[in-house]
Design a protein around this ligand. Structure first.
Ligand SMILES: *Cc1c(COP(=O)(O)O)cnc(C)c1O
Length: 454
């Protein structure tokens, strides 16, 4: 099992000598926070250097759709790598990029006919922000320089994406480097007043956003939103009516709508894209994470011909969108994405997911009465609850108690990867998971819940 790699301990020691891990207080390795060397993936499972198996309940940061080392995606990558690794997309093109653009236009909400590629989610958000501002400048409205973002939003870690994000943990330190968005209150249904439905919360929050637009529309480029679920912000969910209302407000006040579906795209909310549930087309649609089935970094921004045409003109006018990334439209990543999208075409993925999501919901229902579980919620494939100290008042545990970390460690020690966001536990496994693995995931979560709150 460990013939070529050495055991876990040897790999961990070599890693800690040089690797600086993302989203990690490195000093916690490995006394409080285990570091697990993974040597292989197998469907919904990850396998370490000593043969221990971990059920990936979070799809490796929400990226994996059809399993680790998915044979169809792996074959497409190998084939493409043997033919053409990379060519720059300025002045050149290749079939994987143009075919992926065709396919994305075909499956995305109608009216998004132009596709721009990048590598990571955050760079897709940067493109959408810059394109929106540049579009307004090109049509003679250079006074539009601001963005409206939701409180509790997350759009990535690069400076522009971080600027429109609102999680102090990631943002606060870098505040001096960031532009200030106009912040709208989020339509989170957990914030409902007694007797309010999710649609009532949506209506109330739309009135708040309307008031912001009445004051700021003329200086505003776009409103940016994570449709239906604010994932990094703790899997906070809102009604599709908010999204529909926001589209109507953007139209009324003449500003763009940027839909960041980097996390929720490709079926996570139950439909291929979350925007479908509100029957809307955004002006910009940002995609990444699941785009390649989680195999390789790739992102895309889809926009309208109307936006595209504002960038056509004399070279000297500086109307063109000169933003570039070296690996824009990388052929291997595009081939992986095409293989992943072919699985959606060939298999009844969303139907199957609906049945599995209903099974997960039934299993989680048993937690509703748990004295330390609050806010049990689900949108499509994404389910979550909060660990709370006191249920009636939804009082949180003191952050320093790190209850979520305790939960994580317990679940991991029992073969299930569930990595809470603070004290919010969520379930977002790859689509290839079966009912028995869902049962295992929930059983381990229940035990971890008692270990973390007992
Ligand atoms: C993860 C995420 C991003 C950033 O994507 P990266 O690939 O990590 O840069 C942006 N927006 C949302 C909604 C995300 O979940």
């Amino acid at each position: 099992m460990n013939d070529t790699h050495g055991g876990n301990a040897a790999l961990v020691a070599r890693d800690l000598a040089h690797v600086w891990h993302p989203c990690t207080q490195m000093r916690e390795h490995t006394a409080q926070l285990p570091l697990v060397p993974i040597v292989r993936g197998d469907g919904a499972w990850l396998i370490d250097a000593e043969g221990n198996r971990y059920l990936d309940g979070v799809s490796s940061w929400w990226s994996n759709l059809f399993g680790h080392a998915n044979p169809r995606i792996a074959a497409a990558i190998a084939e493409q790598a043997a033919r053409l690794n990379h060519v720059m997309l300025a002045g050149f093109t290749h079939e994987p990029a143009l075919e992926l653009a065709e396919e994305l236009v075909r499956i995305a909400p109608a009216g998004l006919d132009r596709v721009s590629f990048a590598s990571d989610g955050a760079s897709a958000v940067e493109i959408a922000l810059k394109m929106s501002l540049h579009h307004w400048r090109n049509i003679g409205q250079p006074q539009r320089t601001r963005f409206i973002a939701l409180a509790n939003a997350y759009h990535g870690e690069t400076l522009g994406a971080l600027a429109v994000s609102d999680l102090p943990l990631y943002r606060a330190v870098y505040g001096p480097l960031l532009f200030d968005p106009i912040v709208a209150p989020p339509p989170d249904w957990l914030d409902a007043e007694p007797g309010e439905s999710p649609d009532d919360v949506a209506r109330r929050r739309l009135a708040d956003t309307r008031a912001l637009l009445e004051r700021h529309a003329e200086e505003t480029c776009a409103v940016i939103i994570e449709p239906l679920v604010q994932c990094s912000g703790g899997m906070r969910m809102h009604a599709p009516s908010y999204l529909a209302g926001l589209r109507a407000l953007c139209d009324e006040f003449g500003v763009h709508l940027i839909a960041d579906e980097i996390a929720v795209g490709f079926g996570r909310t139950g439909t291929l894209f979350a925007c479908e549930q509100a029957s809307i087309t955004p002006d910009f649609l940002c995609l990444s994470k699941g785009l390649t089935g989680g195999a390789l970094p790739l992102s895309a921004v889809l926009t309208t011909n109307q936006v595209y045409e504002a960038f056509l003109g004399d070279y000297a006018a500086n109307n063109a969108f000169l933003h570039s990334h070296t690996f824009s439209g990388n052929p291997i990543a595009c081939a992986a994405a095409l293989a992943s999208l072919a699985i959606f075409r060939d298999e009844p993925v969303l139907e199957r997911n609906r049945a599995l999501a209903a099974h997960l919901a039934r299993r989680l229902e048993s937690l509703r009465g748990h004295p330390h579980v609050a806010g049990l919620r689900q949108t499509g494939w994404i389910a979550a609850f909060d660990l709370v100290k006191d249920k009636p008042s939804r009082q949180a545990y003191p952050a320093a108690e790190r209850r979520g970390l305790r939960f994580y460690r317990h679940a991991l020690a029992h073969g299930v990867l569930l990595r809470p966001l603070g004290d919010t536990v969520y379930f977002l496994p790859p689509y290839c998971i079966g009912e028995s693995d869902i049962d295992l995931m929930v059983d381990v979560a229940i035990a971890a819940l008692d270990a973390a709150t007992g």
